[in-house]
Design a binder for this molecule. Structure first.
Ligand SMILES: Cc1cc2nc3c(=O)[nH]c(=O)nc-3n(C[C@H](O)[C@H](O)[C@H](O)COP(=O)(O)OP(=O)(O)OC[C@H]3O[C@@H](n4cnc5c(N)ncnc54)[C@H](O)[C@@H]3O)c2cc1C
Length: 480
């Protein structure tokens, strides 16, 4: 009789290297069937947004090719996993299902229900730690509670036992006698059509495990040494750009962790700083795990009394990069064109929305969710709440970023603004971050028509700042 296969359910771990679930399944010597389930129909979940679907499409294509190189296949099925996985178990006669754990509240619910149901039917279920360096319940305070502040969390991570060494890509695969049916990837229509707006994404990114590895190696060789000092500069690419690869698990955080340690031993600079950013990702997941309402509710409930204005016209101007503040508009244009925005600009653009425009951080988080290729529930929710002041270890509310000063500081020659807001490209450096201060003749020479080809500021910085701080006082009185 043919040996019963094992299913390996791929989710946010779209890689063959250092994939504990896959490694364990292949190591049994039993036939392995790799499956990905797209559940974009169920209500009430954060479904991948447009840019993320584009990435997923390419990443699944790459994973399918890597599996084909091993003589294997990626089986694609659509629908709620709680039905799809048991159906596939029944169809294939699989005796077990293996996966790597996720930490988002809905994924935890779904996975624990599914685990119980499968086990009740006598199916083995094995889940593994594969997506974080430290699982959220392993790093706890002395009182046994979750961390709420980043620095002690990071120290605790660095004191903890180091993450295990990355596992090699599995070899010696055993194939099943017959393959179950698979959907065609194209039939999922993850790639945008009518219009196809993905040209810029295509130009900037190579989703998949090979793309992730190459990007990491390029970063290590070209940019790691200067990362600590250069990461805030927007003029050139100074950071790793690994966020979307990490979100979809095309490279493992353990691989990053151990490679960094190795490079540090060889004398590489900036390793501590880069590792700290990777630990911010751990912290965001730690927060989401311990505070599952993070994407929906203020982490500090005093913010429930904040007098948001939620003005539709200025929100629309923000989304379209038409606020009249060049740095904000450049960031929003970069986001629209490439599915990415530099971290410093994310902070400035987000702060502008929640403080200058007094629009609820959730509106901003939703826009980012749809447009970022690296949209990630933990990182996005934690970061928006951090900027808004409502989050864990958040920036103090009264620190309102001045988009002009931020531009002058981190994009002094206006390289970033000129790249993403071509209407301003001929403006002298002196005015590039505040075109409304330029004399008429300068604007004319540069071909800038304020209120024409470039907007006037939608709010005055000083007034908006005052209004935001007054809103904060109202909130404190309202919640007190
Ligand atoms: C308002 C706002 C929303 C954000 N939304 C997301 C999001 O949806 N997805 C996302 O991955 N990041 C998000 N970030 C965090 C950060 O901006 C990006 O992770 C970073 O810009 C990605 O570029 P990189 O890979 O070159 O980062 P690098 O500087 O090279 O950092 C390496 C890795 O560390 C992690 N990291 C870095 N900064 C942070 C951070 N502040 N919080 C959590 N992890 C971090 C990322 O995984 C990143 O790939 C957001 C930040 C802000 C201010």
């Amino acid at each position: 009789m043919a040996e019963q296969p094992l299913l390996v359910w791929f989710r946010q771990d779209l890689r063959l290297g250092d994939n504990p679930a896959l490694h364990a399944a292949v190591s049994t010597g039993r036939p392995v069937i790799a499956v990905y389930v797209l559940d974009d129909g169920s209500a009430g979940e954060w479904k991948p947004g447009g840019a993320s679907r584009w990435w997923l499409n390419r990443s699944l294509g790459a994973l399918g090719e890597s599996l084909a190189e091993q003589g294997s296949r990626l089986i694609l099925r659509r629908g709620p996993a709680r039905h799809v996985i048991p159906d596939l178990v029944a169809e294939t006669g699989a005796s077990g299902v293996f996966w790597n754990r996720l930490y988002e509240p809905q994924a935890i619910h779904r996975d624990s229900d599914l685990k119980a149901a499968l086990k009740a039917d006598g199916i083995q279920v094995h889940s593994f730690a594969g997506n974080l360096a430290f699982e959220p319940w392993t790093i706890m305070t002395g009182d046994g509670g979750p961390y709420r502040v980043f620095s002690p969390f990071m120290k605790a991570c660095l004191r903890a036992e180091a993450p295990g060494r990355p596992l090699p890509r599995p070899v010696n695969w055993t194939m099943p006698d017959a393959w179950p049916r698979s959907d065609a990837l194209d039939s999922w229509q993850l790639h945008p059509v009518a219009p196809d707006w993905s040209g810029g994404l295509q130009e900037h990114w190579t989703p998949g495990e090979a793309g992730a590895t190459n990007r990491f190696l390029d970063f290590l060789d070209d940019r790691l040494d200067d990362y600590a000092t250069a990461r805030d500069s927007m003029e050139q690419e100074t950071t790793s750009r690994l966020s979307a690869h990490l979100h979809y698990g095309e490279i493992s955080v353990r691989t990053i962790w151990h490679t960094l340690a190795h490079r540090q031993a060889e004398g590489a600079r900036s390793v501590d700083k880069f590792r700290a950013e990777v630990i911010w990702r751990e912290f965001a997941h730690h927060l989401l795990f311990h505070y599952p309402s993070l994407p929906d509710a203020n982490w500090r409930d005093t913010f429930d009394a904040f007098p948001w204005m939620d003005d539709v016209a200025t929100y629309d101007a923000w989304c379209r990069g038409r606020t009249g503040y060049p740095l904000v508009d450049a960031g929003m244009a970069e986001l629209w064109a490439t599915g990415y925005m530099h971290n410093r600009v994310r902070m400035v653009a987000a702060s502008f929305l929640v403080k200058h425009l007094m629009t609820h951080w959730k509106r901003g988080a939703e826009w980012f969710w749809d447009t970022l290729v690296d949209a990630d529930l933990a990182n996005n929710s934690a970061s928006w709440q951090w900027v808004a002041g409502s989050g864990a270890d958040a920036a103090p509310y009264f620190r309102v970023f001045n988009p002009v000063r931020q531009g002058e500081r981190f994009d002094p020659a206006g390289v970033y603004v000129r790249r993403w807001v071509p209407a301003l490209k001929d403006l002298p450096d002196k005015y590039i971050h505040a075109p409304w201060t330029a004399p008429d003749a300068v604007l004319r020479d540069a071909g800038v028509r304020l209120g024409g080809n470039y907007p006037r500021p939608v709010v005055d910085h000083a007034e908006a700042r005052k209004r935001a701080l007054a809103g904060y006082e109202t909130m404190k009185q309202g919640s007190g």
